[in-house]
Design a protein around this ligand. Structure first.
Ligand SMILES: NC(=O)c1ccc[n+]([C@@H]2O[C@H](COP(=O)([O-])OP(=O)(O)OC[C@H]3O[C@@H](n4cnc5c(N)ncnc54)[C@H](O)[C@@H]3O)[C@@H](O)[C@H]2O)c1
Length: 458
């Protein structure tokens, strides 16, 4: 067990909240405070309705909140009173100026560094938890150590590898914890201080250390590899549709090669979420900055295939439904970017809805957890959109169902009953290959899976 520590996290989002709840739960001798500039978010963390949905998170937070886990908007006091500061603010893609659409927008990050400098009265360890471009720690160090007043800051990189939807499990049993630091005496000491915290529940052999730049880069590369696998199988799905092959069969055969492995080989409508797109674009921007055009092009193609897959989905719908969607009612099953989360950031469902509205279709959005976010994402969209949580009712009177999120509940619906309430011919476009396609076809649906021959009645 480590000695008692006073830990602060700046940024109470999808990463900051769950990560700190896990540290508080596993280190009851430490006091953990999470601060944010958004008072509504903090109020939600202090309520029974947390601002994000993650399986197991409610219980984790409820057990530690008020004991050694606190949520607050008092950033100044948080900085003054704590010795170890995680920074987990958002680092979205820059929307303006040089690098717009590619580079990371570091304004929130830099603002945080300046706040830490302004309010610190003693030396601290500052930990990059956000995903950042390589060499951000250098800028952080320069800002933090720009005053000569006896207060010194060690900057560590400790990227977060959790996946939304399985965050609590990932935090409890991580594949690895990565800590990057300067290889100075003070940097190595800070590295060990952080390692000791994780060692309260993570086996030591899973806590790996590296130089700080390797650590920053590892996070971008890990996300690029994951996204690359999705784009690879999605590219193959397009070929399977032309070649009368079945992408599930191909993926099974390929994935049984132990050098390749079976995970992340499900063809789908494409990846979404707040990270993959932004992190790859960030990597591409870095490569271009270093003059590595070929390397940049290689990684950029991962994003291009993802865009292509989403557009292909719409074109398949159009082609199957007699080249017009105007006036047709289309039900979306799922709006979250993946199952078991309420997060809709960069969800393919946003693109699909916008494209369907462009085609003048009427869209009925259904999702068990993400309707609140869906409403915000689609606010101001021109066209007819309605929101119905129950997937059975959502499909009533529709011409087609487009399954976009792999929520388990969609496997267990009474499809025969649903078919009876729909317009005919009724279509299913399975953007996750989740349903039993033969069964859907036997009920009467025209079925369009991804990467497999369609099953149609005409
Ligand atoms: N979401 C994921 O699955 C995931 C996984 C790994 C890493 N990351 C990375 O972690 C970082 C955070 O991601 P997230 O999904 O938690 O973002 P988020 O948008 O959910 O949360 C960020 C929070 O930071 C707050 N914030 C911004 N500026 C602030 C400031 N100056 N002071 C205090 N609070 C401030 C925002 O109000 C927001 O609540 C990003 O860099 C992201 O790339 C995310």
């Amino acid at each position: 067990m480590t000695s008692a520590k006073k830990i602060l996290c700046i940024g109470a989002g999808y990463v900051g909240g769950p990560t700190m709840a896990m540290i508080a739960s596993k280190c009851p001798h430490c006091r953990v405070t999470v601060v944010d500039i958004d008072p509504e978010r903090i109020a939600a963390w202090n309520s029974d309705e947390l601002p994000i949905y993650e399986p197991g998170l409610d219980q984790l937070v409820a057990a530690a909140r008020g004991r050694n886990l606190f949520f607050s908007t008092d950033i100044e006091a948080g900085i003054r009173e704590n010795d170890i500061i995680f920074v987990s603010v958002n680092t979205p893609t820059k929307a303006f100026g040089l690098g717009a659409g590619m580079a990371a927008d570091l304004q929130y990050w830099e603002k945080t560094a300046r706040q830490i400098l302004a309010f610190s009265e003693s030396s601290k360890i500052v930990i990059e938890k956000s995903t950042l471009p390589v060499k951000t720690a250098l800028a952080m160090e320069r800002i933090l150590n720009s005053r000569v007043n006896g207060v010194f800051f060690d900057v560590l990189s400790n990227p977060e590898f959790l996946a939304e939807g399985t965050a609590v499990r990932d935090l409890e049993q991580p594949d690895r914890i990565l800590i990057g630091s300067r290889e100075t005496e003070s940097g190595l000491k800070a590295r060990e201080t952080l390692a000791e915290i994780y060692a309260n529940w993570v086996p030591r052999e899973k806590i790996i250390t590296s130089n700080i730049w390797s650590s920053e880069l590892s996070k971008l590369v890990a996300n690029a590899f994951l996204a690359q696998r999705i784009s690879s199988i999605n590219a193959v799905s397009a070929l399977c549709e032309k070649a009368d092959a079945d992408v599930t069969e191909v993926a099974r055969a390929v994935g049984m090669d132990s050098r390749i492995g079976a995970k992340f080989l499900n063809a789908s409508i494409g990846f979404g979420g707040s990270c993959f797109n932004k992190d790859i674009l960030n990597l591409v921007y870095l490569c271009r900055n270093y003059g590595l055009e070929e390397v940049a092009d290689y990684w950029e193609s991962v994003v291009k295939i993802n865009d292509y897959q989403q557009e292909r989905f719409i074109r398949n719908m159009l082609g199957a439904m007699f080249n017009t969607l105007a006036g047709k009612r289309i039900c979306l099953w799922g709006f979250a970017f993946k199952a078991n989360t309420s997060d809709t950031r960069e969800s393919p469902a946003i693109f699909v809805t916008r494209r369907l509205l462009e085609e003048r279709a009427e869209v009925v959005v259904s999702d068990p957890k993400a309707l609140k976010n869906a409403r915000m994402d689609l606010a101001g969209s021109a066209g007819r959109v309605s929101y119905v949580e129950d997937p059975v009712r959502a499909a009533e009177g529709c011409h087609a169902i487009a399954l976009l999120t792999e929520w388990d509940l969609y496997r267990h619906l009474d499809l025969r009953k649903i078919f009876e309430t729909m317009e005919k011919p009724a279509f299913i476009f399975d953007g996750r290959n989740l349903l039993d396609h033969r069964r859907c076809f036997d009920i009467g649906f025209n079925v369009y899976p991804l990467g497999k021959p369609p099953l149609t009645h005409f």
